[in-house]
Design a protein around this ligand. Structure first.
Ligand code: FE2
Length: 205
């Protein structure tokens, strides 16, 4: 039987592998191939109050790892990734990705994709912008990896391609719920000891 510590190690090992990955293709393959379960990131499993939960697990100069928790009906506003590569892996439930082409006057839908539990997808600004949502009746969770970390990005309304700059905000950082929507982010603060994380963890629903 795999212990909690061994499961915790799986995330640390993935982060260590990503730190020495030579290129984007290698990073995507590592994320695609890892068998990560929702229990592995239970310590970061928080839903947001006003919107979907954004829980920072790890951040360094090269990339960041975020667990997003989606109630049924929750959806992100269409957004770009400020030049970063976005790789996402669905851990539980099913998510829908709506992609858009951004032109001078508007954003145009170019494709809709389902992201089932265990599947991985990636997007760059060159490929388009997107909106992620949970259109199912069950909660969903997804891991998001950004190369490099995104501190600012742009939101887009369906009838207006004029970008609305927004600062990245988190529900929790390193297993600790934040008091306010936006807090400063310390780098290289790897995962907290598991026994500490359990104090802050919410049950998986
Ligand atoms: Fe995104």
């Amino acid at each position: 039987m795999i212990s909690a510590e061994q499961k915790f190690d799986a995330i640390e090992l993935l982060i260590a592998d990503l730190q020495v990955a030579k290129n984007s293709a290698q990073s995507i393959a590592l994320i695609e191939n890892i068998n990560l379960q929702l229990e592995d990131v239970q310590a970061y499993h928080y839903f947001g109050v006003k919107s979907y939960g954004r829980n920072l697990i790890f951040s360094c100069d090269e990339f960041e790892v975020i667990l997003m928790c989606w109630r049924p009906g929750q959806r992100s506003v269409a957004h770009d990734h400020n030049g970063s590569l976005c790789v996402m892996k669905c851990l539980a439930g099913t998510l829908d990705e709506q992609r858009f082409h951004k032109s001078a006057g508007a954003i145009t839908p170019i494709g809709k994709y389902q992201l089932a539990s265990g599947s991985t997808a990636s997007i760059t600004d060159e490929q388009g912008i997107h909106s992620i949502g949970n259109e199912s009746l069950e909660n969903a969770c997804s891991m998001h990896f950004y190369f490099p970390p995104i501190h600012h990005s742009n939101l887009y309304d369906l009838d207006n391609a004029q970008p609305r700059p927004v600062q990245s905000a988190f529900t929790s950082e390193y297993g600790i719920i934040l008091d306010s929507a936006v807090e400063s982010r310390s780098k290289h603060k790897l995962l907290m000891p598991l026994e500490n994380q359990k104090i802050f963890s919410s049950p998986i629903r």
